[in-house]
Ligand binder design. Sequence first.
Ligand code: ADP
Ligand code: TYD
Length: 213
Amino acid sequence: MSASPGGVLVTLDGPAGVGKTTTARLLREYLGRRGYPVHTTTQPSHGVLGKTARHHTDSYHGYALACLVAADRYHHLETDVRPHLEAGHIVVCDRYVASSYVLQRMDGVPLPFVEAINAAADRPDLAVILQAPPAVTAARVAARGAHNRFHTGECTSRQENDLYEDTATRLAAGGYPVLAVQTGDRSPTGVADYLTARIADLVEGHGPEVVTA
Ligand SMILES: Nc1ncnc2c1ncn2[C@@H]1O[C@H](COP(=O)(O)OP(=O)(O)O)[C@@H](O)[C@H]1O
Ligand SMILES: Cc1cn([C@H]2C[C@H](O)[C@@H](COP(=O)(O)OP(=O)(O)O)O2)c(=O)[nH]c1=O
């Protein structure tokens, strides 16, 4: 199913350190400055299921973490994302289904299982996949500090990068409006400027022009 009429759902996914959180913060500012009502949010959510997923990745692994994250996703859609879309807001969500296609696979869960448990999640109006060379994301994570067991070293960054490329192709083939954006050679404000223009086009009914990775 596509996201609700009225608002626009924009999701941001990509490897640790690629700039998802930075971009979400700037999009809120830039789109807000243009007068658009914006709601920024994140998955895992700040609800009980989401907090459990985010803060207990050492306790929950594999299928259990996959199901926990998916359960949080459906609850978050119902209680946060859809109400904002119905109110006509631009919803910018830091991590969504693409993250599960990557992180759950890194955690040993077969892709068909991940696809099945996420199959009923709303389709975004724009699914942004941020990309940068693995050496760049690994260096950014090292400078910022790792937050969990998924953020450890260039080897992980390379695996994550490859899985995001695969995921972007798969989701685009499945009808997701995927937009791949490089952040390795662009400043945070450059990334946000570009995406603000693309999202404004979408809201005004001019987009999206889908670009697959
Ligand atoms: N386009 C960019 N160029 C250079 N540094 C960036 C860029 N985007 C983000 N950063 C920096 O990289 C680090 C990780 O960014 P963050 O937004 O937390 O990534 P993520 O949410 O994808 O893990 C932060 O220190 C941030 O300031
Ligand atoms: C969205 C998502 C998160 N997670 C888990 C793994 C991460 O360790 C955790 C939080 O993600 P992350 O955004 O990397 O944390 P932070 O905001 O602290 O940088 O949630 C999944 O396993 N699958 C998913 O689809």
